[in-house]
Design a protein around this ligand. Sequence first.
Ligand code: GLC
Length: 738
Amino acid sequence: MVAPYRKQNVTPRSDENIRESVEQLLGKMTLAEKIGQMSQCADSEFAFGGEIEADPTELLVREGRVGSILGAFNSRRTFDLQKLAVEQSRLRIPLMFNADVIHGYQTIFPIPLAWACSWDLEEIKRACMIAAKEATASGITYNHAPMVDISRDARWGRVMEGAGEDPYLGALIARAQVEGFQGDTLFSEETLIACLKHFIGYGASEAGRDYNTVDMSEWTLRNVYLPPFKAGLEAGSASVMNAFNFYNGIPVAGNKFILHDLLREELGFDGMLISDYGAVDEIYIHGAARDRKDAARQSLEATMDIEMVTQLYENYLPQLIEEGKVQEAQIDAAVRRILIYKYKIGIMDDPFRYIRPEKEEEYHFHADHLQASRELARKSIVLLKNENQTLPLQTEAVIAGTQKIAVIGPFADSKDMLGTWQFSRYKEETVTLLEGLTAKGIAEDQLLYAEGSGVNDPIEGGIEQAVRAAEAADIVLLALGEHSEMSGEAASRMDISIPAVQQQLAEAVIAVGKPVVLVLTNGRPLVLDWYEQNVDAIVETWFLGSQAGHAIADVLTGDYNPTGKLTMSFPKHLGQSPIYYNRFNTGRPLTAENQDEKYISKYLDGPNDPLYPFGYGLSYTEFSYSDLQLDRQQMKSGEQITVTVTVTNTGSMAGEEIAQLYIQDLYGTTVRPVKELKGYRKVQLAPQQSIQIEFVITEQDLEYCNARLEWTAEEGEFKVYVGTHSGNTLEQTFELLK
Ligand code: GLC
């Protein structure tokens, strides 16, 4: 189908040649064709947002009224539309094909909040490379990922899409994803244009309600929300997408300070700025524009290059030019940025280079990709509780037939393990928990399955059946959680506990009195306080993707000793949200000594601390930390400090520990967080083995945005913390002299 259309011996053009070619083409374009390049329509069997009135895609393409298409998820469709563009539009400019390839294309990987818990940058990068390989085979060239929004409120459904609450780790993971998607060159037909989103502050939506008001200082924006974007830009991301919220009262889609002054001028971003779905139109709905024409003006002024799915640019830019309210030069600048990337990715010289049905056949859901997904999934699992060494399961006894396992709950044998933001054709091949356990050689009659309840609805007789299974078993796996559409976009929850029907199932099953392991499938931190008090073990498995059941079984049976560490705090009570480890001391901090005092920053009806803090995660073995040393107590500007600590595996099983290093700037021209992650080491240790690990602290690690909004390190005293999670560390102090 495609081969006759492929161009041979196409090589990358030099930047100079691209610039010249763009100028030549620009010179031939009518205003309508220029605006066409700045417009994107949706063409998908999937919904990405509300209904948008638009002409048929084929007409828009033929008339040169779109330059890119959102959501065409197969080579047949991308081929047909590309053929229309290059054969029937006047200037034959090829299309880019955009999609949200957030955590895999056909092979699905753990959701980003899960893979962040692996702290494994290479595995995350590999997942993104594989996703790019699979997606580009279908002709997709422009990804709407990575999402790099810092998030601190688990009521927000999109926490599943990001890396959690920490700017340092979020920045490392942003970089890994951009490198994974874009590879060494965008010219390769197996790499994707990355898009850092959502610039900026979306994760701070008030009360965790999606699309809600965000109100923050520039100081907070720069210290908390900006670092992952800066890292992604340094990694060369070709594109950025705006956030739906406003900043300082102006919707970001039309916010010249945010998009032009900060992103383009200060951060030097010269790539493509794409609006989020309908966000240009929403400038008007926010009430920050008298009419849609003014909304279009604001967005162009802010240097927004591509308008996603609405048509304000098409409808109003010509008038705005006539009225002298915008200049055609501003439109030319946007079209240049778009065309430069169409040349860079090679489609101007070989429009069908990415559309490869034969590669779809070869790459999609490939066994090697599934293995990579399983490996990352295992590393994404977080062991939250394991009393009386309930885990790992005594698989030998089970296989020998002397132990029976009850596998109970809506996620005991569910295919709904992929999470949201996935469009895979292979959903029905997702490995369930029961299938994963069976694959371990456990006979069917040793696994007593009972669904027990739905996710949100009871099952007639379900609890009774589950109780019978628990009574007949030696141990119970209680597989509970959220279905995949209870998190993600437009999926905020007021109550972030496990749904009531599942709670009733849990109470009945726990009352039987056998050891109970809670196995969680969910897209956000949940309130688990009751479970912490009532079950013997808790395994957080998130949404692990295509190989979920195998990865969970690997951990439950001890074939893989869990290593995951939380990248987002789990509140003990919803009322604590938003809650995060890198908080400020306040002027009246709660301490061990003043618990009974009144005028202290605390609650009358509960603790300040989360149930499980940032960086927390258990192993089947134990690790101890000792002998934290600094090679000096004072550091002059430009010098560095070497930190050493000894980590010992004090248990009886080999395991991997993620040792974390935090700092605390004891005072600054502004207040400073009580802890900030600045490094970590993943160490493999045999039973009883000790290892001395080393960190280096440089002055750059101590920098922050200060009271004068300067990014700098300030002299003074610092604390260094090293340990197994943000609430359990050894500490030392040093001084920075400047
Ligand atoms: C959605 C999301 C954005 C996504 C876009 C296209 O509304 O906010 O992250 O890339 O629309 O799917």
